[in-house]
Design a protein around this ligand. Structure first.
Ligand code: ZN
Length: 53
């Protein structure tokens, strides 16, 4: 599934040790104060780096 990189993403989608997480800014709603969340781009999810390797 193609996913556009959002400002809140820590890494490119599909890279190793990446995973989708609920956006902390908007708590997964995709909106903040009635506007699209700028961290996740309105998707409610961000791609973050996981693991400690
Ligand atoms: Zn968000």
């Amino acid at each position: 599934m193609a996913k556009k990189k959002a400002p809140g993403d820590e890494t490119e989608p599909g890279t190793r040790q990446s995973a989708e997480n609920i956006c902390r800014r908007c708590s997964g709603t995709g909106k903040v104060d009635g506007r699209p969340c700028r961290d996740c781009g309105g998707s409610g999810r961000v791609t973050v780096i996981v693991g400690d390797a």
